[in-house]
Write a protein that binds this ligand. Sequence first.
Ligand code: T46
Length: 134
Amino acid sequence: SSKGIQIIALPKIEDRRGNLSVIENEIIPFEIKRVYYVYDIPSGSVRGGHAHKNLRQFLIAVSGSFDVVVNNGEEENTITLNKPNVGLLINSGVWRELKNFSSGSVCLVVASEIYIEDDYIRDFDEFIKYVNRK
Ligand code: T46
């Protein structure tokens, strides 16, 4: 995968009662400080459209599917999340957009930081300047 993102498979514990997957601190490369989820998403919705200065996140389609378009300032990639046991790690300094949500999809996110509005870069030109600042 490309710079700034990583696909991470989660354990899947199968038995005749159903499947169970677990996200533990050992599996993802940051300490979990926050969990949120997006649901009841009308078709055609586009979410995200920003980057983070510090925040790292791990996204899972716990139900249904959606596409994550990621741009690290050099290249753009589209990752389809459609399995409850496979997630996408997005490091800081990566522009992201979420789209093509299937009906009934749920996007679960575990995050490395609490919610801080000042951590968001919401302007794409500002993002490009930010990633090229060094
Ligand atoms: C991201 C993508 C994948 C809170 O009050 N607390 C929170 O923890 C979050 C995440 C949001 N909010 C408020 C802020 C806004 O008024 O909820 C509203 C919707 O948030 P936002 O427009 O940022 O939602 P998305 O889906 O565009 O973005 C979210 C995350 O903010 C972002 O970090 O990467 O999901």
